[in-house]
Structure formats: structure tokens, C-alpha cells
Design a protein around this ligand. Structure first.
Ligand SMILES: C[S@@+](CC[C@H](N)C(=O)[O-])C[C@H]1O[C@@H](n2cnc3c(N)ncnc32)[C@H](O)[C@@H]1O
Length: 227
């Protein structure tokens, strides 16, 4: 968003801060969240599944037998849907220990703990040299200072996480592989396009969805392939 729509930006700030407060207030026993036709459980300090990931989850293609790496897995929602699509191996990583606990719970709850491996990792740090058919990412959308791990689910200080993602993703993608990437109308999509281009990827809009009639809550899924 630029200075012209600072009113919208202030509304997004309020909404995101309220979400962060809600993530912190989840009871220790967890909170059940209905997402599409399924249920997920989140433990305190976990980003809970929301409309932002739905353009990706409803439209991405994982062929039976393919491998998937989900970066910034949160509750594990995209990873779990990858398993439902028939993936034979799914690795789900997140920097936040609370997200790891939630994603492990959800992998088991959906009966995929044999297919889905959940690991604490700063981006690809603990992924090793494995390459995947599909990489999915719903990373923090905004270029904004984050002062704790909960804020890191929505804000990216100096846009470092998004920048490093594009610097490092190529070596974890198989030849012919594809990346599915989420963003929002209030995120720096131009910057994402530039990062993708610099990393050698083409980027196409796969789907767009708005949550209700709120003009700040329009979300995108992009598909990226090597040029
Ligand atoms: C917008 S949330 C998305 C969560 C989930 N994928 C979903 O779609 O609901 C972003 C997630 O990225 C994680 N994250 C932020 N920075 C990260 C990093 N450097 N490495 C790994 N995960 C990161 C956050 O902890 C958070 O769980």
C-alpha cells in the first residue's frame, strides 16, 4: 500500500493487531477452527487458518505421489491439504515453536503423521539438500517491523524473510517444480514480483478471493515456475 491509501493501511494495522492479540489469548488446551470443510486446532501463539490461504488451498495442484515443502506452515493447514491431495511426502517448517506444536497436532488429527514431517526451521535452514515437486508458502505479507514471534506471522522486518525465501528457494525445487505463494491486496506485490523475477521465476495469478465485502481483505495465490 502506498501513502495514498494510508486509511486502508491503518485499518489493516488494527485488524492485524487484533488477530495477534487473539493468537496470544488462545487457551493452553487450544482452539478449534473450522476451515473449509475441515477442523484444525491451534495452540497459543499460532496463526490460525483464515481466508488468506484459501485461494491457494482451493486451487493448487498436487499430483498423487508428489513431494511438498510448506514454508511457514503455522497450523499446518496447507501441508494437511497437500496430504489430502495425495502427496506422498510433506515437509512443513516454521520458525515458531507454537506453530510446530499445532501443525504436529493437526497432522496427527487428520491421520497424516506418517506422510507429514513437521520441523522447526528458519525458512530452509533445516531442510537439508532435499528437493521437492511443489513448494508452498504463505509467509508474513507485510514489510513491517515485528517485535515478537506472533507478529512475525504477519509482519516481516525489512522484508528479510520474503527476500531470503526467493534467494534460497531454487535449490529446494526439483527440475520442473512449481511454487504456490500467497499474498494480499495490502502486501507489497510489486516487490514480490521483482524478487521472483530476480530469482529466475515467472509468476502468474492463480486465484483471487475476497473475504466478505471488506476491500482490505482480498487475497491472492500465485504460481511460480522457472523461466
Ligand atoms: C501468514 S502465517 C501462515 C500460516 C499458515 N501457512 C497458513 O496459511 O495459515 C505465516 C507463518 O510463517 C511463519 N514464519 C515467519 N517467518 C518465518 C521464517 N523465517 N521461517 C519459517 N517460518 C516463518 C510464521 O511463524 C507463521 O506461522
Amino acid at each position: 500500500m502506498n501513502a495514498l491509501n494510508s486509511v486502508l493501511e491503518a485499518r489493516v494495522d488494527l485488524w492485524q493487531k487484533a488477530r495477534q492479540k487473539a493468537f496470544k489469548a488462545i487457551p493452553d488446551s487450544g482452539k478449534r477452527i473450522k476451515y473449509l470443510d475441515k477442523e484444525f486446532l491451534v495452540y497459543p501463539n499460532t496463526f490460525w487458518p483464515f481466508a488468506d490461504s484459501q485461494p491457494l488451498v482451493k486451487n493448487f495442484k498436487v499430483k498423487p505421489g508428489e513431494s511438498v515443502l510448506d514454508v511457514g506452515t503455522g497450523s499446518g493447514v496447507i501441508a494437511v491439504f497437500s496430504c489430502y491431495s495425495g502427496a506422498s511426502r510433506v515437509v512443513a517448517v516454521d520458525i515458531n515453536p507454537a506453530a510446530i506444536k499445532s501443525a504436529k497436532h493437526n497432522a496427527k488429527m487428520h491421520g497424516f503423521d506418517d506422510i507429514m514431517t513437521v520441523k522447526k526451521s528458519n525458512l530452509f535452514q533445516r531442510v537439508g539438500s532435499e528437493q521437492f515437486d511443489v513448494i508452498t508458502a504463505n509467509l508474513p505479507f507485510r514489510h513491517k517491523d515485528a517485535h515478537d514471534v506472533v507478529a512475525c506471522s504477519q509482519w516481516d522486518t525489512n522484508f528479510k524473510t520474503n527476500t531470503r525465501f526467493f534467494e534460497q528457494v531454487d535449490k529446494h525445487l526439483k527440475p520442473g517444480g512449481r511454487i504456490y505463494f500467497s499474498q494480499a491486496v495490502f502486501g507489497p506485490i510489486k516487490e514480490i514480483r521483482a524478487l521472483a523475477k530476480a530469482a529466475g521465476f515467472s509468476m502468474r495469478t492463480l486465484a483471487t478471493e475476497s473475504a466478505g465485502d471488506d476491500d482490505t481483505k482480498t487475497f491472492y495465490a500465485f504460481v511460480l515456475k522457472r523461466k
